[in-house]
Design a protein around this ligand. Structure first.
Ligand code: WT7
Length: 705
């Protein structure tokens, strides 16, 4: 059995269930004044609660995991960082919340180009925000022209690595030219400001080029991840009333050619609003071109000018719609607008990744997700960064592909997802060991909670114990990172996204909308508007209000649970709907999962509740073991392990082993599906986002045995 990181598991100590105050076991290094700011409501409330009558309805979520490890930024990192001390963070934060509008106004004036300056910073008519409303700007201008004007024309914007190994390098000047040419192509097809353009492409430079070309002329892009089905494209195009489709003849994935154009052809049968389809030639494979409707990208731009001045757009012009599935019902088109989103993506990129001019940044997300929008396109590009774009799978041609790329391009900052990190752990350390990763200075994580042991592996194995890890919490709706360490300022704790970014005021509330106490879990809400916030759900104002603004007056409801510890650090506890209720104790999925992942044989785990006549719910877990480890005999050992780490109450009742967990296409564990499977329900809900149907089939047959 291979153990990638020979850690001990003493980082966990079992603590009292239900609420305890600040934990004496935790290693408390400082108590920030900021914490006091946050904790004011919480402690007041906790005090009033303990003297009052406990109300079953307000029972908060129990916290059973206590992670005590703490990692300070090194002196070297700190001395070079933009925000290099906790005091610097705290004064930046204090400034940002003492007069939030003035803070963002200053940021917007200093960090965006304005054709016409704004005079109004914020109009807040809850839940509708307008930022910098009377100013005009252009996101494509901010990402391209502004860099060229600043002398960065010859700086590399994109190092592209195709899955087959082909490479391209584009400077900011190259990118500007390609964007202008394609924007002129869009104009030729009759696309004007406000039209919706649907983009379904593999991760090649033409994907950001198409996005920025839309932004340049004020068209609204709707990027659909290149792995979605024809039906998913048709639904989204219909909802968005898209006028144009952009795609490719194909893309490479694990050595095969994905037939994107075929999928689009099937989808467009059901999309009467789409008048044209532009096809970029990526693979050279044969595709059918429908006369009148379809046009090759290279033909479209063959005779256009290299010049296309960026349109002067009102700050609140829609920039893009991005569909996100949400926990139930049809996908919602999350709307982001121009200036506020652009500013928020740029500043959060600079703060969180401590961006330096000579960095080589690699965000491994696809532009089909918000992470690709904010931290491949709008954030890094408006900051003039050099970045890597990789087309393919992390395990093609072998499981070392990411590390090969890091070594080859001397990547300095790597931003990836826990699902990838856990896959690397499962595949084994030898894929990492053959590479020199010493160029890395910063690591990031996004998309799900990162289990502390996966964090430790990332820290040691990839970061050589020398790189801060930024665990970034945010959502498609928030537009950019909301909570994350600022890496030169905030010491990290494995599994915590630490503290809010400037201008962001998180609150944790119980079901009765009371603020919870220290270390009590509850609904995570955001109190003040921020420039990157969603402006609505496309064509569905009712759902926008209901989903995010109806339950908690005056606050944005994130849909996640969280707790805040005695150091003012935030810990995401999973989706509100995923809480497991065992004998009246509400447990968070991530804590049970993290206890399992702390066993050396376990690569990944999912925990769900299933109905139980005695306890209300029993805990069912689905476990993936590291490659080469045998399963069944571990069942008892794992049960005991969880009991030892976090207590008897959290001990799993059912343990099932699976070679891989069902995930959404963006890599999130599908706990809702697993819940149905654990409950033995026939109806497994909407499985259209399953990564691999064979996994579902396998788990079901387990059910039957
Ligand atoms: C949901 C948002 C954020 C961009 C990509 C996903 C979960 C995200 C973390 C984190 C714990 C996290 C939350 C959130 N999530 N980052 N660092 N720790 N949970 O965007 O698809 O809109 O998903 O992902 O549950 O609400 P998304």
């Amino acid at each position: 059995m291979s153990v990638p990181y020979s850690g001990n598991f003493s980082g966990y100590t079992a603590t009292l269930l239900i609420v305890s105050g600040p934990l004496t076991a935790s290693v408390i290094t400082y108590r920030s004044s900021l914490f006091e700011y946050f904790a004011k409501h919480m402690t007041d409330n906790a005090a009033s609660k303990s003297s009052g009558t406990p109300n079953q309805a307000n029972v908060s979520i129990s916290h059973v995991m206590n992670e005590t490890r703490l990692f300070h930024p090194t002196d070297d990192f700190r001395s070079k960082a933009h925000v290099g001390s906790i005091d610097a963070y705290e004064s930046l934060y204090a400034e940002s919340i003492s007069d939030t509008e003035a803070f963002w106004a200053r940021q917007a004036n200093e960090h965006l180009h304005w054709f016409k300056p704004f005079t109004k910073t914020l109009t807040w008519d809850e839940p509708f925000a307008k930022w910098f409303e009377d100013g005009t700007t252009n996101a494509s201008y901010n990402c391209l022209d502004a860099n060229i004007e600043a002398g960065l024309g010859e700086k590399v914007a994109i190092h592209f690595e195709g899955e087959p190994g082909d490479t391209r390098t584009l400077t900011y000047r190259d990118l500007h030219r390609e964007v202008c040419r394609f924007a002129n192509g869009l104009k030729k097809l009759g696309i004007v400001a406000g039209d919706v353009v649907s983009i379904y492409m593999p991760m090649i430079p033409e994907l950001p080029i198409a996005m920025l070309a839309c932004a340049r002329i004020g068209a609204v892009h709707s990027v659909i991840f290149g792995g979605f089905s024809a039906e998913a494209i048709a639904d989204r195009n219909h909802d968005a009333q898209a006028k144009l489709q952009i795609t490719t003849d194909g893309g490479y994935r694990r050595g095969k050619v994905l037939k994107l154009k075929e999928t689009v052809d099937e989808a467009l049968e059901k999309c009467p609003t789409v008048k044209h389809c532009v096809v970029f030639r990526r693979t050279g494979s044969e595709v059918a071109m429908k006369p009148e409707r379809d046009v090759w990208w290279h033909d479209l731009i063959a005779d256009v000018s290299d010049d296309c001045p960026a349109a002067e757009l009102p700050a609140e012009s829609p920039l893009f719609i991005l569909y996100t599935s949400g926990s139930t019902g049809k996908p919602k088109g999350i709307l982001h607008t121009t200036a506020g989103y652009n500013l928020y993506a740029k500043r959060t990129f600079q703060w969180v990744f401590d961006h330096k001019a000579d960095d080589i940044f690699w965000c491994t997300a696809d532009c089909g997700w918000i992470t690709g929008h904010s931290y491949v396109v709008y954030g890094p590009m408006s900051a003039g960064a050099t970045q890597i774009i990789y087309e393919g799978a992390p395990n093609w041609p072998a499981e070392n592909r990411f590390w090969d790329i890091v070594e080859k391009y001397k990547v300095t900052a790597l931003y990836t997802a826990p699902t990838a990190i856990r896959a690397f752990i499962k595949w084994g350390d030898h894929h990492v060991d053959q590479h020199d990763l010493s160029s890395l200075r910063l690591l990031g994580s996004v998309g799900e909670g990162i289990n502390p042991e996966a964090w430790m592996w990332y820290h040691h194995k990839i970061g050589n114990a020398n790189c801060p890890i930024v665990d970034t919490w945010w959502q498609t709706e928030t537009g950019g990172i909301m909570m994350s360490p600022l890496p030169g300022a905030i010491a990290t704790k494995p599994g915590s996204c630490t503290k809010p970014l400037p201008g962001i005021v998180p609150r944790i509330l119980d079901d009765s909308i009371d603020h919870v106490g220290v270390d009590e879990g509850g609904m995570l809400c955001i109190e003040k508007p921020w420039p990157g916030m969603l402006r609505g759900i496309w064509r569905d104002e009712k759902r926008f209000k209901e989903q995010y603004w109806s339950k908690v007056p005056g606050m944005y409801l994130t849909g996640d649970n969280a707790r805040c510890d005695s150091d003012g650090y935030f810990w995401i506890m999973g989706r509100i709907d995923d809480v497991i209720n065992v004998s009246g104790h509400r447990l968070s999925t991530i804590e049970v999962e993290s206890a399992l992942v702390s066993h050396p044989a376990v690569a990944e785990a999912a925990a769900v509740g299933r109905p139980d006549s005695l306890k209300g719910q029993a805990i069912a877990v689905f476990v993936t073991l590291k490659d080469g480890v045998a399963g069944e005999s571990l069942r008892d050992e794992l049960r005991k392990h969880v009991r030892k780490e976090i207590g008897a109450l959290a001990q799993p009742d059912d343990i099932r082993f699976t070679s891989s967990l069902p995930k959404t296409r963006s890599g999130k564990i599908m706990r809702r599906l697993l819940r149905d499977i654990a409950a033995g329900k026939e109806n497994v809900g909407d499985t259209t986002t399953l990564e691999d149907y064979s996994i579902l089939a396998k788990l079901r047959s387990d059910d039957e045995s």
